[in-house]
Design a protein around this ligand. Structure first.
Ligand SMILES: O=P(O)(O)OC[C@H]1O[C@H](OP(=O)(O)OP(=O)(O)O)[C@H](O)[C@@H]1O
Ligand code: HPA
Length: 186
């Protein structure tokens, strides 16, 4: 797709199937926040959002976490604004030292899970005492990178289609879409 084919991008949105409305997603985020608060309020975790996809869930979720926490980000990408994954490329490593501390990783989607699996390994190797993970969406299929790979906190389960909205992109666009949408035919 040419980089500036904005008409194609608009068509993708107008033809997409709405899987979860904004209200449904907001309810899921509130439920995740409650569950995370119950589990981690006394653990003093460092909360890392995985950019870029974690942009929306990171912002929306942490204001609902009812305990003192330090928040930062890391940036790793596997899809590079395309619709199929490659090897994980680190763009920005975590900048808060988490050696000897629990960590909570926040991301938009657990799809095949290579991203989350590598980030969890990275955190353990670099001294995290516990690594917790939360994703807005888990995609249902049998292609997970590791058997039984799951996030500790999951907002919504989605069918095996290419989705966008709430941080998830279609060729770099529509991270801002107010709901979770599936691309027609994908
Ligand atoms: O479970 P996986 O199959 O590994 O895919 C999930 C990852 O893919 C997306 O990131 P992407 O690489 O597209 O970069 P982005 O965050 O900049 O969109 C998403 O934000 C997750 O981090
Ligand atoms: O379905 C998806 N949509 C957007 N980004 C993604 N990254 C992995 N899977 C997806």
């Amino acid at each position: 797709m040419p980089k500036t084919d904005i008409d194609h991008i608009k068509k993708i949105y107008s033809e997409a199937d709405l899987l979860f409305s904004e209200d449904a997603v907001e309810t899921a985020i509130s439920n995740m926040a409650e569950a995370i608060t119950s589990s981690l309020a006394e653990r003093n975790p460092v909360v890392f959002t995985v950019m870029n996809g974690g942009l929306v869930i990171g912002g929306k979720l942490i204001t609902k976490l009812d305990f003192p926490l330090e928040a930062s980000y890391m940036h790793a990408t596997r899809y590079r604004n395309g619709t199929s994954g490659h090897e994980l490329e680190w763009k920005v490593a975590p900048m808060i030292d988490f050696n000897g501390r629990p960590v909570l990783i926040l991301d938009d989607i657990l799809d095949e899970g290579h991203t989350l699996a590598e980030i969890i390994d990275y955190c353990h190797k670099n001294g995290a005492t516990e690594v917790h993970s939360a994703v807005l969406v888990n995609k249902l299929h049998d292609r997970k990178a590791r058997e039984n790979l799951k996030a500790d906190f999951v907002g919504l389960e989605v069918e095996d289609r290419y989705i966008f909205g709430y941080g998830m992109d279609y060729h770099g666009y529509w991270r801002n879409a107010p709901g979770i949408f599936a691309v027609r035919g994908m």
